[in-house]
Every structure is written in structure tokens, then in C-alpha cells.
Design a protein around this ligand. Structure first.
Ligand SMILES: *[C@@H]1O[C@H](CO)[C@@H](O)[C@H](O)[C@H]1NC(C)=O
Ligand SMILES: *[C@@H]1O[C@H](CO)[C@@H](O)[C@H](O)[C@H]1NC(C)=O
Length: 379
């Protein structure tokens, strides 16, 4: 008998401590996603093996039972970047990627940078994959995940992605989608990331569910120089349906999320906690329905002028309108020590018709359950 199979069987006798399958199922827009389906689980032991399993063309269930540390695996680059936000020790610096410093920050002082090459570009993830962490042991350090163009049917569950060139803008993103369909990201923790914690690029990413994740913005190096990460969540796709449910979005100073392009966002039962900056930024083509969320200590819930459309589920009579399009009456949001969040655009609600829609609990349910349930190691 193979040792890994033996471990799995022993673990199941020990109470199922090692997860060998996806837990639960996606609700909302990516409902029905199957990932690697019933493929026999594989357990990578090296970074190379992990890269190979994620990037090959087989359907796979990939179980992480340890930390995969990519730092140092592709060398480091030392060079000249810039300091757009100043040179104080709490400020991020910028890598001169694609001449960004030269073209857009020409008045910023130059600064010497030294970053880990592995962080800059995420691991290629192809179609039909389930990537699952076992208990609280599945961690990827120093490199993110990049769902490649054209990929579909992907589940990423119960892992942590951490420590990607935290000091440097353009140092790398944790989770990237761009031209995809049917992706479910669940119970993932992200922390200490140089660029975006989550980004859906300008191509269509179609049907996506982002649930029960813990986006942790605590950082030693920030674009706002104050310990709060600025580059949180960026939804900029050209035809994206995003269910954002049950996430804990903690300690960001901006872009959490920025929504634009042609993106329909159902933000339901999330918990935003502690921001001295803003949570939402809604540009042209960003259509946001927010219900049953908690905003606690969020100075600016939505930044500036909403150039897209926003329905903030203001009160129980106005919220009846949701029944027609979502099949339930929307839930009011709960705001504590936070700025205003009041807008009632309704013409885009028709876009929810006929889609798979996540259920909604009251904000008080989110308040009591999200902080303890969100992120890696909780399932
Ligand atoms: C993914 O799996 C589906 C169903 O088995 C299959 O039709 C499709 O070709 C697979 N996609 C890729 C890129 O392998
Ligand atoms: C919303 O509906 C309009 C009209 O059918 C459509 O053009 C647009 O692409 C939809 N947007 C999204 C993000 O679903």
C-alpha cells in the first residue's frame, strides 16, 4: 500500500482530520462548479510538483498538507524603483515594472529595490482543478495563483497564500483571474501581499463565487504608510458575475473592492472591519447589490461618486423589490462607527434574473459567524 493512501485511511479513522475532497458546494453564480471532480487525490511534496499538478491538462484534486515556500526559488532582483508614497519605513516602494515608475511616477524619488522573483507572477492554474488544504496545514508562501486565460471549473479551498513581496507594489498578486468561468474561491486566507489580494482582470471572468475568505490587510509596508494594505480586491472584468459572500475583509485602506468594467456584484453577508480609508470604489460599469453585510469601523464605505450603480438595501419596504429578481427580499446592512452607505439604484437588478443567487441571512448572523468562520483552517 502506498504510504499516502495509508495516511489517508488512518486519518479517516482518526476522525477525518485530513480532508480529501471539497467541503460543501458553491452557491451563487458559480453554483455547479466541480473542479477536479472525483479524480484521485494527489499530494504534492515539492514546489515543482505543485506547479506541475496545477498547470497540467488533467482534472485533479490536489491536497496540500504542508507549506510550499516559493521564496528564493527563482532568485532575487535588485535594481532601481521608486517611492511614490515617500521613503518612511512603513511605506511601500514600487518596482519599475513595465517602466511604471518612469511613465507614471516620474516625480517620485527613485529608490533601491530588492525583490523575490517568484512573487511577481502567480502559479499557472488550468481547468478542472480542486486545490484543497488539509486542516490548517495548506500554505503557499511567496507566490500567488494565476488562473490562466480560458480556464474554467476551478475550486480553491481552505489554503493560505502569504508573504508575496509585501514591501513592493508590483511585487505580485495572491489570486488572479482573467478570462475564466466557473471559479470558486472558498475559505482562503491571504496576508502580506505586495499587490492585489484578489484581482479579476479586464477580460471576462464570467461566473465566480468568492466565499468565506479572510482577506487580511495587516501589513508592515503600505501605500498609505499606516499598516493598512491599500490593494485589496479589484473587480474589473468585462462580463463578470461575482457572488461575494461570507468574507472577512479586514484592515484595508482602499480598493476592497474596486468594481468597474461590466461587473455584477452580489455582496452578501460579508464583514468589513477596520478601515481608515475606503471599502467600495465603484467605477463605470460596476453594478453592486449589497445586503446583509456588516461594516464596522469603516471610515468611508463607498469612495467618492459612484459611477456605476449601487443598491444598498436601505429598508424592508424598499428591499421588497429584490424578490422579483433575486427570489428573496434583500436584507439591510449593519453599520457601526462607519460612514454612510445609502444608494438605491434599481435598474440593474434585472441582471440577476434567471441566475443562481446566493441566499442571504440578516447582518446579525454575519456579525456573529463571519470572523470565526472565514479563512483557512476553519473547515
Ligand atoms: C474539463 O472537464 C470537462 C468535463 O470532463 C471536459 O469536457 C473539458 O474538456 C475539460 N477541460 C480541459 C481544458 O481539460
Ligand atoms: C447586464 O445586463 C445588460 C443588458 O442585458 C447587459 O448588456 C450587461 O452585459 C449585463 N451585465 C452584467 C455584468 O451582467
Amino acid at each position: 500500500m502506498k504510504i499516502q493512501a495509508l495516511i489517508t485511511i488512518l486519518a479517516s479513522y482518526a476522525g477525518g482530520a485530513i480532508a480529501v475532497g471539497v467541503s460543501g458546494a458553491a452557491e451563487g453564480f458559480a453554483k455547479g462548479v466541480t473542479g477536479g471532480g472525483s479524480a484521485t487525490a494527489v499530494y504534492p511534496s515539492t514546489t515543482d510538483e505543485l506547479v506541475s499538478y496545477l498547470g497540467d491538462s488533467s482534472a485533479r484534486v490536489i491536497v496540500l498538507t504542508k507549506t510550499f515556500d516559493f521564496r528564493g526559488t527563482e532568485g532575487t532582483t535588485t535594481g532601481t524603483g521608486c517611492a511614490p508614497w515617500g521613503t518612511a519605513s512603513a511605506c511601500q516602494l514600487a518596482i519599475n515594472q513595465n517602466s511604471w515608475c518612469d511613465n507614471y511616477q516620474s516625480s517620485a524619488p527613485s529608490a533601491s529595490v530588492s525583490y523575490d522573483n517568484a512573487g511577481v507572477l502567480g502559479i499557472t492554474v488550468k481547468s478542472n482543478k480542486s486545490l484543497i488544504g488539509s486542516g490548517s496545514s495548506g500554505v503557499i508562501k511567496g507566490k500567488g495563483l494565476r488562473i490562466v486565460s480560458g480556464a474554467s471549473n476551478i475550486i480553491i479551498q481552505n489554503i493560505a497564500i502569504t508573504d508575496i513581496n509585501e514591501k513592493y507594489v508590483w511585487g505580485g498578486d495572491a489570486l488572479t483571474l482573467n478570462d475564466a468561468d466557473m471559479v470558486w474561491i472558498d475559505h482562503v486566507t491571504t496576508a502580506r501581499i505586495g499587490r492585489q489580494h484578489l484581482v479579476l482582470g479586464t477580460s471576462a471572468s464570467n461566473r465566480v463565487t468568492i466565499s468565506n475568505n479572510y482577506f487580511n490587510g495587516v501589513t508592515s509596508y503600505s501605500a498609505t504608510c499606516d499598516g493598512y494594505a491599500y490593494w485589496g480586491i479589484y473587480f474589473t472584468g468585462s462580463n463578470d458575475l461575482i457572488t461575494l459572500k461570507g468574507n472577512y475583509i479586514y484592515h484595508f485602506s482602499g480598493r476592497s473592492p474596486k468594481v468597474q468594467g461590466n461587473t455584477l456584484l452580489h455582496a452578501v453577508n460579508n464583514y468589513w472591519y477596520d478601515s481608515n480609508g475606503h471599502a467600495f470604489e465603484i467605477g463605470s460599469g460596476g453594478y453592486v447589490l449589497a445586503e446583509g453585510n456588516v461594516f464596522q469601523n469603516i471610515a468611508t464605505v463607498v469612495e467618492g461618486t459612484v459611477e456605476g450603480q449601487l443598491f444598498t438595501s436601505p429598508d424592508s419596504s424598499t428591499n421588497q423589490i429584490c424578490s422579483t429578481y433575486l427570489g428573496h427580499v434583500c436584507q439591510v446592512n449593519g453599520l457601526g462607527s462607519s460612514g454612510p452607505f445609502e444608494q438605491s439604484d434599481t435598474s440593474f437588478l434585472v441582471n440577476f434574473s434567471g441566475k443562481n443567487i446566493a441566499s442571504a441571512d440578516s447582518y446579525s448572523v454575519a456579525q456573529s459567524s463571519v470572523p470565526s468562520n472565514a479563512g483557512q483552517g476553519k473547515i
